[in-house]
Design a protein around this ligand. Structure first.
Ligand SMILES: [Zn+2]
Length: 494
């Protein structure tokens, strides 16, 4: 037996100006693609393990993943998907590790088009897909897979288990002749990323119902929160189930889908995020920071590079200054031009530098002015560090060169590449101890939390104009199908 196993992951923020060329994926091919997943916790690793268990040969044309950014270059999309399609011939099963919210310059439905091509290449061959919880599901994806399973956790910690689940069902198709099909309900509901955490709230309740359905009536059920920063027809929430193709299996699946979709709709307010005005947020932060002895976290979630942000906007920092906050540590801020100037000036130099706000947010029609900052260069490093945990422990990261700029009341780590503050290493690589300051301003939504929340006196979310802002009014949706909640009233659903 031969299994086609491939990984192609991209979450596309169509409003992001950050380009997505082939190099952004650092793709591995064939034997290297296989090796890149062995022993990892990816869905593809679970596919490989499942294939090994039944003695199947693994055909692994591609393993490629890029950070969230703007639409994928057409050329990159074609090259990577062509390789996957070309490898399908002669395979007995197809197992694909995809994201579900991939938009390329030449298609709004990256996964749907890929799955349709693979299916057309090998009609009738069992095809299973593992997806991210933030997948934007389409009818084309549903129609061209037999088995579809997504993550049940956010922060995502069950990629391997998701792959294992999909592989188990595909093996049942092969070995026992079970027939599966994918069924779904899509809700006219834009969920907010900060409300898609499975640690609590409406999303956690929906996932719990999906787990219950899996124990009782369907072989698989996933709650897809969707990724709303995509200008496609329906970047919306979906409930997706894999049904056994029997009258009873279909009936059970229909009932389960209707039940869980109705639950999500009834709790739709739980998926909406209302931004607090910055002045209110800072006033609250000041009260919380008083006598705390630990830094107060300010999360600039509107410029999160792990959702397509430029990692260079200055709005929250400027607003904090206007509000009189001092004792701030912040970073990493991506500004290669400023890094070059600060490195040339050297450690100890007094400098005036035009900082941040340099990448135009063209799709939002926003162009900002860099901010003139005066300060002293405290340290310079190559900007690389080893993650000390608790997630991705041991992984080596690089931000390009990094500089610690001391601007009096504010300490800023300036780097050459966008980088999520998901580890203390982003500060310690220049010798800065972020816990020594009253406020810690981070451009992050979720990834910073496991590391920085335990070190902090509390957390205040700060919204501002950026490509990952929580204010939907900033985003000029052209393709979004209306009406959709919460942008408008949806008369009656379901
Ligand atoms: Zn996700």
């Amino acid at each position: 037996m031969k299994f086609l196993i491939a990984r192609l992951n991209h979450e596309t923020n169509t409003f992001s100006p950050v380009p997505t060329p082939l190099e952004a994926f650092a793709p591995d091919y064939d034997a290297a693609a296989f090796q890149a997943n062995v022993g990892m916790r990816t869905a593809m690793a679970a596919f490989i393990d499942a294939a090994k268990r039944v003695g199947a040969q693994c055909v692994t044309p591609v393993s490629a993943t890029a950070n969230p950014s703007g639409p994928m270059d057409a050329d990159a999309y074609n090259q990577l998907t062509d390789r996957i399609v070309a490898a399908a011939a002669g395979c007995d099963a197809i197992l694909l590790d995809l994201h579900g919210a991939m938009v390329a310059q030449n298609t709004p439905d990256g996964e749907g088009d890929l799955l349709a091509r693979v299916r057309a290449a090998v009609p009738g061959v069992p095809l299973g897909v593992a997806l991210d919880l933030h997948g934007n599901i389409t009818q084309k994806m549903i129609d061209n897979a037999d088995v579809m399973v997504g993550f049940k956790t956010y922060p995502h910690v069950d990629m391997y288990e998701t792959g294992e689940h999909a592989a188990r069902l595909v093996l049942q198709m092969l070995q026992q002749g079970t027939r599966y099909a994918v069924r779904w309900r899509q809700l006219p509901l834009l969920s907010h990323t900060l409300r898609s955490t499975t640690l609590g709230g409406a999303m956690a309740a929906a996932v719990s119902s999906a787990r219950q359905a899996e124990g009782e009536s369907v072989p698989a059920m996933t709650i897809f929160a969707g990724f709303s920063l995509a200008d496609i027809a329906a970047p919306c929430m979906s409930v997706v189930a894999t049904a056994e193709c029997t009258a009873e299996g279909e009936a059970l699946c229909t009932a389960a889908l209707d039940r869980v979709a109705a639950q999500i709709w009834a709790e739709r307010e739980g998926y909406v995020y209302a931004s607090e005005p910055l002045a209110d947020a800072f006033a609250r932060a000041q009260r919380m920071a008083e006598g705390a002895g630990k830094p107060l976290l300010l999360l600039d979630h509107s410029d999160n590079c792990m959702s397509g942000g430029t990692c260079d906007t200055m709005d929250v920092l400027q607003a904090a200054w206007r509000h009189g906050l001092t004792g701030i540590a912040t970073g990493p801020l991506s500004d290669p031009e400023a890094v070059a100037q600060l490195v040339a000036a050297g450690v100890g130099a007094q400098v005036s530098v035009r900082l941040g706000n340099k990448v135009p947010l063209a799709r939002l029609g926003i162009v900002k002015e860099p901010v003139l900052v005066h300060g002293t260069v405290r340290a310079i490093s190559d900007g690389s560090y080893t993650v000390t945990g608790p997630i991705y422990t041991g992984q080596r990261c690089s931000m390009g060169r990094a500089v610690w700029l001391d601007a009096g009341g504010t300490q800023i780590v300036v780097v050459e590449q966008p980088h999520e503050p998901w580890d203390l290493g982003v500060f310690s690589c220049v010798g800065l101890d972020p816990t020594a300051y009253r406020y810690l301003l981070l451009k992050s939504r979720m990834y910073c939390r496991p590391v920085f929340v335990p070190l902090s006196a509390g957390l205040v979310e700060c919204d501002s104009p950026g490509v990952t802002s929580s204010d939907y009014r900033l985003f000029p949706f052209e393709n979004l199908r209306q009406p959709v909640y919460p942008l408008g009233d949806v008369p009656a659903y379901p």
